[in-house]
Design a binder for this molecule. Structure first.
Ligand code: UD1
Ligand code: CA
Length: 426
């Protein structure tokens, strides 16, 4: 089993936020969460070290609450990426497996790529492998230096690079795999004689070459995987990249998405083929959507939603924590939350499941059985159950359970006063 070190001590000044950079979110999951999950999903690592510094307490708390196999190590002050990794030396004194190093602010890295990368490291019998990428505009990245035979020599940071070196398009993605026993002593030999006066992690490549180690670079296939977040603009762009990836997966699986550019689908959403997603639909959290469903336009699924086959969720319909069975329609202006809705139910326009009591702060369930018809603008005040086949008259407020096959209606009778208007006009 290998260990991972995830660098997350940096300040993130350009986010202009009181929230630490790595705790910003995409689809409600933190940037750091994406990175730890990607490592965990490889199934290769048994322990993750997260290097914290800026707003350390908040990042520590996040890791403690969410990851049993991760621990935080404080880096204070922050003297550079090489210094950051050296913080784990006391914990890995006798470790002789591989260590992978990643950054907490590159959330789009995938477990598949990490697996391939480690595999490449092993098959090339490498001691030190770095992920590189070819960028048309390599500005601000460290550049990979190779000798005339193509062998990786080292990395030069943009700020230290000569004009010639700045033309190199192969960049350092900032992800490394090390044979720990062979490379660990590099960290006590790093120097700060560079433009930024920092201990550069990148210097371990040159060190490796000088010490006769086998140093290699694995070239990335999809450059978006190492897209780094430094600003809110980057955060928005990363969300788009991630969304596009999710949408492409569903399109390839046979889901129809009319307008990918206005559709948002969280990575944890499963959708079966032949379902159609209409424009401006926002799907967040974990959801399971069956076959032949129609969702949107302008629908909002907020997580915990299970839709069986042939369900229709129309415009301005919001659904949260609900299981809706097959052939049920909620076509317009509806909120369904904390609910179980049977099969072949018609949910009229403007129907609301009132699941939340703001005084007690309690949420309660609404159960709607098969074949129920709910008239427009009705409110079902949870906890409440509407049994099979019942009709709810339009504009009803349902505060009690309704037995099967009944009509429930709370509307005042319609009154018609003839010529009433004429009498008002003098
Ligand atoms: C680094 C690489 C560069 C590479 C780029 C890829 C070095 C010297 N340079 O540059 O070659 O192209 O990443 O994105 O490594 N951090 C700490 N403690 C520190 C300093 C940084 O934990 O003392 C963390 C930061 O929070 C961040 C990561 O390390 O997550 C990278 O640091 P950053 O300063 O962004 O490095 P770059 O200048 O981008
Ligand atoms: Ca960076």
């Amino acid at each position: 089993m290998l260990k991972s070190v995830i660098l997350a001590a940096g300040k993130g000044t350009r986010m202009k936020s009181e929230t630490p950079k790595v705790l910003h979110t995409i689809f409600d999951k933190t940037l750091l969460g994406y990175v730890v999950d990607a490592v965990n999903q490889t199934g290769l690592a048994d322990e993750n070290f997260v290097i914290v510094g800026h707003q350390a307490e908040r990042v520590e708390e996040f890791i403690k609450e969410n990851y049993e196999n991760a621990r935080t190590v404080l880096q204070s002050p922050q003297l550079g990426t090489g210094h950051a990794v050296s913080m784990v030396l006391p914990y890995l004194n006798n470790f002789d497996g591989e260590v992978i190093i990643l950054c907490g602010d590159t959330p789009l890295i995938t477990s598949d790529t990490l697996k391939e990368f480690v595999e490449y490291h092993k098959t090339t019998k490498s001691d030190l492998t770095v992920i590189s990428a070819i960028f048309d505009n390599p500005a601000n990245y460290g550049r990979i230096l190779r000798d005339t035979a193509g062998k990786v020599n080292g990395i030069v940071e943009e700020k230290d690079a000569t004009q010639e070196e700045k033309k190199i398009k192969e960049i350092n993605a900032g992800i490394y795999c090390l044979n720990w026993a062979k490379v660990k002593s590099a960290f006590s030999e790093l120097k700060t004689n560079n433009a930024q006066g920092e201990y550069y992690l990148t210097d371990i490549l040159k060190w490796g070459n000088e010490h006769g180690l086998n140093v290699n670079a694995y070239i990335l296939k999809d450059n978006t995987e190492i897209y780094g977040i430094n600003s809110k603009a980057n955060l928005a762009q990363a969300a788009k990249f991630l969304n596009q990836r999710v949408i492409n997966k569903h399109l390839a699986n046979g889901v129809t998405i009319i307008d990918p550019s206005t559709t948002w689908i969280s990575p944890e959403t499963e959708i079966e083929p032949d379902t159609v997603i209409y424009p401006s639909t926002y799907i967040e959290g974990e959801n399971k959507i069956g076959k032949y469903c129609k969702i949107g336009p302008f629908a909002h699924l907020r997580g915990g939603v299970v839709l069986d086959d042939y369900v229709k969720i129309g415009n301005f319909v919001e659904v949260k924590k609900a299981h809706i069975k097959s052939h049920t329609n909620a076509c317009h202006l509806t909120y369904i939350g904390d609910a179980e809705v049977g099969s072949n139910v018609n949910v009229g326009a403007g129907t609301i499941t009132a699941n939340y009591n703001p005084l007690t702060k309690e949420k309660s369930q609404t159960i709607i059985e098969d074949n129920v018809k709910i008239g427009s603008n009705s409110v079902l005040v949870a906890p409440v159950k509407v049994e099979e086949g019942t009709n709810i008259g339009a504009l009803s407020v349902i505060t009690k359970d309704i037995p099967s096959w009944a009509l429930a209606i709370t509307r005042a009778p319609l009154r018609i006063i003839e010529n009433w208007v004429k009498k008002q006009i003098k």
